[in-house]
Each structure stands twice: as C-alpha cells, then as structure tokens.
Design a protein around this ligand. Structure first.
Ligand code: SF4
Length: 239
C-alpha cells in the first residue's frame, strides 16, 4: 500500500483531478471518438500520472500528454512519436530498461529518472492555457517535494522551463528569472544546488525537421548523468 505522502498516492490523486473543465472535456471526447488506428484501444482519458524511479536524481519535465499518446496509454511519452524518440535515448543513456514504450504493461522500467509534465491532461492543439498551467502547478510542487534525491531537472521545451522557473519562484529558490533564458543545452544552477538543463522538446515538429537530433538529445541525458554524479555517493534520505 502506498503511504499518504508517497509519489504513488500523489499519482492516484492526480488521476482524479478535475480542475480544468476544458481539458477534461477534451480528453474525454478524444477518448470517446479515438483515432482510426486505435479503435481497439480503451483510451486512458484521465490526467496522466507520472512515471519512473521514486529515488530518481533526474526529473524530466515535459509539456503535456499527447491526445493519442499518453491520453490513450496512461503513461508519459508512451505510444506516440515523442516517446518513440525519447525512450530509445533514455535506453542508450542507461536510464531505461528497454527502448520501446507502447503501453503501461510493456515491462519498461526507469532507473534514476522520473518523468512528469507541467500539464497532465492533453490540451487541444498541444497548448494548455495559462490558467490551466497554474491549476496544475501545485501537483508539481508536491511531486518535487517527494523526490528526495533530486539533483537535475531536464526541461523539455520552453513551457516546461517556464514552469520550472515558476516553481523555483513559488518555493523561494529564485527571486527573479532575469538571466534564465531558454535555449537547447542551456544549464543553470539554482542557489540550492539543483541544476536545470534545457532541451528542445522531442515533438515530431522538432525531430522530423532535424531541429532536435538523436545525438543532440542523447548529449543532454549524458550531461544530466554527469551532473547527478556517481550514484554510490548518494545517501537515501528519510521520508
Ligand atoms: S491539467 Fe492538471 S490541474 Fe488541470 S485537470 Fe488536468 S491534472 Fe488537473
């Protein structure tokens, strides 16, 4: 059983969240209609819970579930083009047990990585509204507070980066965001020692055009591993 403060319990609460009527309606409608290729699927259709290793030192922060990816499968970056680009890189970098991610029961395990997003319901046009991002922010606050070993946050795209900076300001880690500019491969150390790494999002728009290549993406996660440091030196914290 998950304890009340655990990441599993938090995920269970997130799955029941109804704070954004526009997004809940959209996800349910996508799940009802489905895409022709997935007519034999029962879509998840709910807020997508986070996924990974509760002892992770690296957090991957994405934008939002894809309508026919995570909103269908119920796991971040699972079942769409973004995930088909992300998970093979995580596998090559040693964070994933396999390169394929197709469903919640495909056997994939992550080590030292936790994956979440700044919005947990698929938005129309992949664009959550500012108020929807604000609605979802408290989930991120709670989640990060439960990731006791966290050392590095990899922000996938500008909106995720903005979301993390907003978290840093809400929690008193940052007074102002001046000097924090989004660029692929940018690296910032927060005063409390947490490092932010930024990457272009692995959307098809970026990967199909060559704006984000596999070597570029792999180097982000190799750098994240180096920043996290040797795992043997990490002492587990009391929860
Ligand atoms: S986007 Fe976040 S806050 Fe809005 S309904 Fe989904 S889980 Fe809740």
């Amino acid at each position: 059983m998950a304890s009340p403060g655990s990441l599993q319990a938090l995920n269970a609460r997130i799955e029941r969240c109804q704070l954004c009527p526009r997004l809940r309606t959209h996800c349910a409608e996508v799940a009802r209609v489905r895409r022709r290729a997935y007519l034999d699927w029962e879509y998840w259709g709910r807020p997508v819970p986070s996924f990974g290793d509760p002892g992770a030192r690296i957090l991957i922060l994405g934008l939002a579930p894809g309508a026919h990816g995570s909103n269908r499968t119920g796991r971040p970056f699972t079942g769409d083009g973004s995930g088909d680009f992300l998970y093979p890189v995580l596998y090559d970098a040693g964070f994933a047990s396999q390169a394929q991610a197709v469903s919640r029961d495909d056997g994939l395990k992550l080590t030292d990585v936790w994956i979440t997003s700044v919005a947990r319901c698929a938005p129309p046009g992949n664009k959550p509204a500012p108020e929807e991002l604000r609605n979802c922010a408290p989930w991120l606050d709670q989640e990060i507070s439960l990731l006791k070993n966290l050392r590095v946050v990899v922000c996938l795209g500008r909106i995720a980066f903005d979301g993390l900076l907003a978290w840093a300001r809400r929690t008193g880690r940052l007074n102002a965001r001046a000097g924090y500019t989004f660029a692929h491969g940018a690296e910032y150390a927060l005063p409390d020692g947490l490092t932010i790494l930024t990457s272009y999002h692995p959307s098809l728009q970026n990967t199909n055009t060559g704006k984000l290549t596999r070597p570029m993406f792999l180097s982000i996660f190799q750098r994240a591993r180096a920043l996290a440091g040797p795992k043997v030196k990490i002492e587990p914290l009391q929860r």
